[in-house]
Design a protein around this ligand. Structure first.
Ligand SMILES: Nc1nc2c(c(=O)[nH]1)N[C@H]1C(S)=C(S)[C@@H](COP(=O)(O)O)O[C@H]1N2
Ligand SMILES: [Mo]
Length: 396
């Protein structure tokens, strides 16, 4: 019998500087410059946003690799009652609902032996990643850039599983439910949905492995829905039930939470909020600095290896430009090989500063559709950040 436990004992092990530069913090006392680092079961040292439910951020330096190690992959649950014990033999995934021909129940062993395994490299990014950079500041977890991670996911296509249950012609939406529960009846259970066509597209999958290993408990062991190119809010962890519906799904987590201004740039005016909102879906085109970090000191005449990440919802990053003069002129960064169209793409640029002074560096990505990043963006929830980022550095 294989039983996996999570001892939910929080251990604060230290302090780390957050992504905010000291200058920004002087201007803005809402945000502290120091975050606690914590150690949870199966995880390395992570930055703590909240404990119940666990919300843990990946330290920026971990993002200097193609794949985010499972131990450092960010953690984000909404409900305080998260699964702490899973019996891998007793666990079943149920596929049911008014639009399946028959309800089926699959063990982990069934998933691993009765279907053709499928793998994809894809970036999981929380819709609220980088939220702390929005000005004016918005409510919600004050994530820096570490609410994302890139992994190779292995499991079964949702299409193959739904075909085993048999889909009726009247199927409209597919709802995905995790084992986590709300502590109060007034808080809705975490359930997300996809349209039937999307669920059946042959890319949406259920992962039983992440980077070739079991998924850590805190990341949704034993099964996680993977929706390549869509924000991680859809990637339901500890997935145990799939319902195929003959009507549109209208649960709280689709209709009320994770909705955003209905325009391509997810933009609205703080003084005149958008009237119409829609569920946030595909990843926004974005690029960030991983190196340097805020307040880095550089030396005249000494080459400095800059690097970072660029990503979008699957059209693919084709170009990353760097500015060393606050956006007046731009030059190409070098791109690492593509890891997959839904993965992030790493970029590099070596800069040898010629003169002392204060510099504002910028980074801007372009994708295969010719889309590029915006100069400004704001929305009330701090979702889908896609603005051109800047980094202030000092050269001595
Ligand atoms: N069951 C369940 N799945 C969930 C959530 C949740 O609260 N419960 N949160 C979602 C959100 S908003 C994000 S960003 C990702 C985070 O996945 P991770 O904890 O593995 O990083 O899980 C998604 N899947
Ligand atoms: Mo999220």
């Amino acid at each position: 019998m294989k039983i996996k436990f999570l001892f939910h004992g929080l251990l604060v092990i230290g302090m780390a500087f957050s992504c905010k530069s000291s200058q920004q913090d002087k201007e803005d006392e809402y945000n502290s410059n120091v975050m606690k680092t914590v150690k949870y079961p199966e995880k390395g040292d992570m930055l703590l946003l909240t404990d119940r439910p666990p919300q843990l951020e990946t330290p920026l330096k971990i993002l200097r690799q193609d794949f985010t190690p499972n131990e450092y992959f960010f953690v984000r649950w909404h409900l305080a009652m998260i699964p702490k014990v899973i019996d891998a033999e007793a666990f079943r995934l149920e596929i049911t609902g008014p639009s399946v021909n028959k309800t089926i129940s699959l063990s982990l062993n069934d998933l691993k032996t009765k279907f053709t395994p499928y793998s994809i490299v894809a970036l999981a990014e929380c819709a609220g990643n980088s939220r702390s950079f929005f000005k004016p500041r918005v409510a919600g977890g004050q994530w820096c850039n570490g609410a994302m991670g890139n992994a190779k996911w292995t499991g079964v296509k949702v299409k193959d599983i739904l075909e085993m249950a048999g889909i009726k012609d009247n199927a409209v939406d597919v709802a995905f439910d995790g084992l986590d529960e709300a502590p109060l009846p007034s808080v809705p259970d975490f359930v997300k949905s996809l349209g039937i066509k999307h669920a059946m597209d042959g890319e949406v999958m259920i992962a039983y492995q992440m980077n070739g290993k079991d998924i850590p408990m805190l990341n949704g062991y034993p099964l996680k829905l993977v929706v390549p190119g869509w924000f991680a809010t859809y990637w339901v962890g500890a997935l145990h039930k799939i319902e195929v519906l003959d009507h549109p799904f209208d649960g709280f987590w689709m209709k009320k939470a994770y909705t955003i201004a209905d325009n391509p740039q997810y933009n609205e005016n703080p003084k005149d909020l958008a009237k119409k909102t829609v569920p946030v879906t595909t990843l926004a085109l974005h690029s960030i600095f991983v190196e340097p970090e805020p307040d880095t000191k550089m030396a005249v005449g000494k080459p400095y290896d800059m690097e970072g990440l660029a990503f979008d919802g699957g059209k693919g990053i084709t170009k990353v430009d760097i500015s060393l003069d606050n956006g007046s002129t731009w030059t190409h960064a070098t791109l690492d090989p593509e890891l997959g169209k839904y993965a992030w793409r790493r970029w590099r640029y070596t800069w040898t500063p010629a003169k002392a002074g204060k510099y504002t560096l910028k980074v801007k990505a372009t994708n295969a559709a010719g889309e590029t990043q915006a100069a400004e963006q704001w929305n009330r929830s701090g979702y889908a950040r896609n603005v051109i980022e800047q980094m202030d550095v000092t050269v001595n």
